[in-house]
Design a protein around this ligand. Structure first.
Ligand code: SF4
Length: 290
């Protein structure tokens, strides 16, 4: 397998076969994101991708149940690319149960309902989408490329095609100034998009990114730790999905918690309150990661 670094995947895809169909991210504009800066977006030649699938099949045919298609937003690829890739995956891995990929609201909106249904029928069943915020002003400031309403429309298209969503929201993305608006609107957007999986991460300001330059100029300030925990509380208060697995255990978070929403809402809120009162251990700064 040829991998072009850096290569990212969601934590929940740690045991999956990672197939790098694109390099970089076609959007590459989010102000907090350092993942693919300096990496030119490319769709890899399909022959190379098929060769990787063939090699993976020869080595792991019976072991692979999950495949994650990288890099940044492969859903932007046309069906001409996706179809041979998904057909080859089904042949190479006979026990395959799930194919997933990162997606943006923009590339979901660009696909027709028929194209999305065709992708689902060929096996693409889970989309990782990072709205990061439900607050339109915050979305504009972080250059996410889509509004809350566009994210809802995209989610409805994915659902209509039978695809599941795993959503990510970013505590701190609104800065101190938009903290409550950002957190509460994020919970409302999560409710409206109604995912199967839902997670919160915490913003880390990475040197060299546009948001770091704003911070240097005093135009962006990350909430402190109690402020971030309060955002988490506001987010959970506002989030009412029909049945979602919620995780806030990403390495960037100070309080690793999780559960099911709405079932475990009160227990999750009680855990956050314990942490806000200083009675629960927080992840130390040295143990945090991006
Ligand atoms: S869409 Fe994702 S990978 Fe692309 S710039 Fe934004 S956060 Fe980074």
């Amino acid at each position: 397998m040829r991998y072009d670094e850096p290569l990212f995947r969601p934590p929940s895809e740690a045991a999956s076969f990672i197939l790098q169909a694109t390099l970089g991210c076609s959007w590459n504009a989010c102000t907090y994101c350092a993942m693919y800066r300096g990496k030119r977006y490319q769709v890899r030649p399909v022959a190379e991708v098929l060769a990787d699938i063939s090699e993976g099949g020869a080595r792991f045919a019976e072991d692979i149940r999950h495949v994650f298609v990288a890099d940044g937003d492969p859903l932007g690829m046309s069906l001409d690319y996706w179809e041979p890739i998904l057909l080859a995956l089904a042949t190479a891995f006979p026990r395959l149960r799930r194919v997933s990929t990162y997606a943006t609201a923009r590339n979901l909106l660009e696909k027709s309902p028929g194209d999305l249904k065709r992708l689902r029928d060929l096996g693409l069943s889970l989309l990782y989408i990072g709205p990061e915020s439900g607050d339109d002003l915050t979305l504009h400031r972080i250059a996410k490329g889509a509004t809350a309403a566009e994210h809802i429309k995209a989610a409805h298209k994915a659902k209509a095609a039978g695809m599941e969503q795993s959503l990510m929201f970013l505590l701190g993305a609104g800065g101190r100034e938009r903290s409550e608006e950002h957190a509460r609107a994020s919970g409302r957007l999560a409710t409206a998009m109604d995912p199967r999986f839902l997670s919160t991460l915490t913003l880390t300001v990475v040197p060299g990114t546009p948001i770091a330059r704003l911070e240097d100029k005093g135009r962006f300030e990350l909430p402190d730790v109690p402020g971030l925990l309060t955002e988490l509380r506001w987010f959970v208060e506002e989030t009412h999905p029909s049945a979602a697995i919620f995780r806030a255990n990403h390495a960037s978070n100070y309080l690793p918690i999780g559960g099911r929403l709405p079932r475990d809402r009160e227990a999750i809120l009680a855990s956050i309150d314990e942490a806000l009162a200083g009675r629960a251990p927080l992840r130390p700064e040295w143990a945090r990661g991006l």
